[in-house]
Write a protein that binds this ligand. Structure first.
Ligand SMILES: *Cc1c(COP(=O)(O)O)cnc(C)c1O
Length: 385
């Protein structure tokens, strides 16, 4: 086995697919120190610049003082602290759904929810570009698994029409993590009503950013229905860590009993929940941050003009510049690094073959000057490479 691992790693390297971790010596922010070098970074999902926010640092320090650093037991024993409970109630109220449940990560939430709600006689319908953990959740559930082409409502309807599964669930990213576009959620909900299906919305990249006050994609699309179950991560725009699922009370009650990644896992420290309560308040009051972010997005779209590379049509903070080949995408990313700018090259299997890209991630913490510097650097790269 060890020999085949070695061969596989060598093959990845030859294909330009070997990934390397950068060693960070600063907080996650727009200016970082990675591998002992200073960079202007367009890498993080910290879309509102909260990961290093003084009010959240103070909240975590205080909460560690009053609730300790560890949860110590699973949720159904003595691990469920008042800080967790307060945050669940606050989140449910914020997204205007009857109830919410915390998970330690988004990955665990998706595996737990799909695994608990769907079973052998059921069917899950998933966008081909969904995040990997929705696929793993479907695999876990043992339900039939149908994947439809990206955002293709007609193809999805054909699959739903042909299905005789007991329970049907459409599971999609609301904002696609590597494309930045928004799923046609209203059309999906119409299909749910027509074919007696449910809609599971993974709002990892919409929560905090979209919606009237950052409530997320459902609010952005004006959707409300007992057929909807939403999940959002708390390590992206919310700046901390974790995830929550929200929906009808009966769904949450059922998940508390049956979601394995909830029941058989130690919850995140209560101090994280106390910090997140503060973070959700900042999100709610963050209209100025979101207005600034929208301005930066519009500026980038209006002013980045490439002939070789294509900026995908996205209105969100995820702005992908498709380069094509793996080595070409890496070369562009490395060139920008020589100018002190860090933008990650995203390669297969995270994205389809021949669509390797730079994933430009904008944050409210960026200034207009930061975005101008990025645009200049990419224009320079296009004439130099
Ligand atoms: C990041 C992400 C997840 C996983 O969330 P974590 O909290 O990082 O585990 C799930 N779904 C999508 C769409 C994501 O982008």
């Amino acid at each position: 086995m060890l020999n085949s691992l070695k061969l596989e790693l060598e093959k990845r390297k030859a294909d330009g697919l070997l990934r390397q971790r950068r060693l960070l010596d600063s907080p996650q922010a727009e200016h970082i120190v990675a591998n002992n070098q200073h960079f202007l970074s367009f890498c993080s999902n910290d879309y509102l610049g909260l990961a290093n926010h003084p009010a959240l640092i103070a909240a975590m320090q205080q909460a560690a003082g009053d609730s300790g650093v560890g949860s110590g037991a699973s949720n159904l024993i003595t691990g469920h602290h008042r800080h967790h409970d307060n945050l669940e109630k606050q989140l449910a109220k914020f997204v205007k759904l009857p109830a919410a449940l915390l998970f330690s990560t988004g990955y665990m939430a998706n595996i737990g929810v799909l695994g608990a709600l769907m079973g052998r006689n059921d069917a899950i319908f998933a966008d081909k570009l969904n995040h990997a953990c929705l696929n793993d959740g479907a695999y876990f559930s043992l339900a039939e698994f149908h994947r439809f082409p990206h955002n293709d409502v007609a193809a999805l309807e054909t699959l739903l029409k042909a299905s005789d599964a007991k329970h049907k669930m459409i599971a999609v990213d609301a904002v696609f993590s590597m494309d930045g576009d928004i799923a046609p959620l209203a059309e999906y909900l119409t299909l749910c009503e027509k074919y007696d299906a449910y809609l599971y919305v993974d709002d990892a990249h919409g929560f905090g950013v979209l919606g009237e006050h950052g409530e997320g994609s459902l609010n952005h699309c004006h959707l409300k229905s007992p057929r909807i179950i939403m999940m959002a991560t708390l390590g992206k725009a919310a700046g901390v860590a974790g995830a929550f699922v929200a929906g009808e009370q009966v769904v949450i009650d059922y998940l508390i009993q049956t979601a394995k990644s909830y029941v058989y896992s130690t919850p995140a420290p209560p101090a994280l929940s106390a910090t997140l309560s503060e973070s959700v308040s900042l999100i709610e009051q963050g209209d100025d941050l979101r207005a600034h972010l929208r301005m930066l997005i519009a500026y980038l779209k209006d002013n980045l003009h490439c002939k070789k590379w294509q900026l995908l049509p996205s209105e969100t903070s995820v702005q992908p510049l498709v380069v094509g080949g793996n080595l070409e995408a890496l070369a562009l990313s490395e060139y920008l690094q020589t100018l002190g700018i860090l933008v990650p090259a995203i390669r297969p299997p995270t994205v389809p073959v021949n669509t390797a890209r730079l994933r430009i991630s904008l944050s409210a913490a960026h200034t207009l000057e930061d975005v101008k510097a990025l645009i200049d650097a990419i224009h320079r790269a296009e004439s130099e490479l």
